[in-house]
Design a protein around this ligand. Sequence first.
Ligand code: ADQ
Length: 467
Amino acid sequence: MGRLVVVSNRIADPRKTAAGGLAVALGEVLNTTGGLWFGWSGKVVDATDADDVHFQQAGPVKLATVDLTQVDHDDFYLGYSNGVLWPVFHYRLDLADFDAGYIAGYRRVNQLFARKLMPLLKPDDVIWVHDYHLIPLAAELRALGCKQRIGFFLHIPLPPPLIMAAIPGHDWLFKGLCSYDLVGFQSLADHEHFCRYIEAEAHAQNLGEGRWRVFNRTLQAGAFPIGIDVKEFQALTDAPEAREMYERMRREYSRRKLLVGVDRLDYSKGLPQRLRAFRELLSKYPDTRNSATLIQIASPSREDVSAYTDILHELESLCGSINGNFGELDWMPVRYIHRTVARARLPGLYRASHVALVTPLRDGMNLVAKEYIAAQDPDDPGVLVLSRFAGAAEQLKEALLVNPYDTEGTAAAILLALQMPLEERRKRHEALMATIRRYDVHWWCQTFLDSLSLTQSEEKGTAWLRL
Ligand code: ADQ
């Protein structure tokens, strides 16, 4: 395989311990294969200063970044990516702002990425593009004459065709998606939605084994559920910072059982529903009062998008009312922390917690679920309560699967988790560990890149025929 070129909206120095699924997973691949990582610098600058590509060498990996102007950042990043695509892809048509004209900025920045990346490419490069910010990138690169193999991985869910069809310009978006040689999804359900869309809306011809003929070209599509680096995470769990965190939490909560939630503050993560289920637990099962504490970490995220400030206020008010109504002088039922926890300490918090609540309303995969499993003591493991609407639910069948919209049902599952006998906890944990070990981040990268290398590059084929 030629040099690997990874393109994503944000990039990170793979040598640093970064938070965030994408950064963590990509750091893994690039550290081992070397190559080029191209993306936005995270800087917003004046139009006159926005033209340069900045280079940095990070061990074997070359980092190349471009800056964005204020208007590009607002339209491309806040507007179209996070104000239209993010809500719709998470089934929230009600939150999407279709009328603001952001789509021009989305296209403009994808064109900018293509223009700046094109001169950096070598003929044998294999290009791997990530996530919803960059769906049209392959089409823009092809328009500039790019003949290399290009793969795309969608980290968030893909909803059913009728939801996608509500996006003005959805046909353009899908045509862009079909300009890749390989399109990968997190789950079988997302993959199935893609197949149904291209069959119904674009009259795609099914060539079998994940291959499609559509928009006059052939592409491959499939599910590639992302994993974590289990060994690395276990080593992190055994390191001093995580151990210290574990000891502190166990000391602090020695008389009580600890429940934990770790999320970015996002409406897709089902945080108000989770708190309502916890309130239901305390109200319906009085024995849990004074004996269980929920620590909810919600790291700040996209605070300049208005739907995010709404959820922030809702959460603060729910936590206040639960603590006000159920708290005692020496017991606060919910500790809500609106901050990011350092990655090195996170495994200690997971391990000290008897139950993890991972209850998104919709989630591409959800790596917190897998990290929680990896951090447990196999002799005395905690219990994972997992939403059936997280991509991870397709794989993690031995978790306690819940419908986060069902407050009573979720409260009953939390009670079951708190009371689960040791033998059952061990059995479930063993099975879950086997799954996350088998389908770890290395499996994910390798399987995707192997599949990409097996695709017949349409553009190369055409060039060869013309010779
Ligand atoms: P995210 O929505 O960011 O990612 P998730 O997979 O849950 O969601 O978390 C990614 C990483 O962020 C994990 O390593 C986790 O530990 C860390 N993290 C989350 N909240 C944190 C907090 N409060 N403090 C510290 N660290 C925190 C997107 C998709 C997911 C998909 C990933 C990877 O939305 O569905 O699983 O990409 O593909």
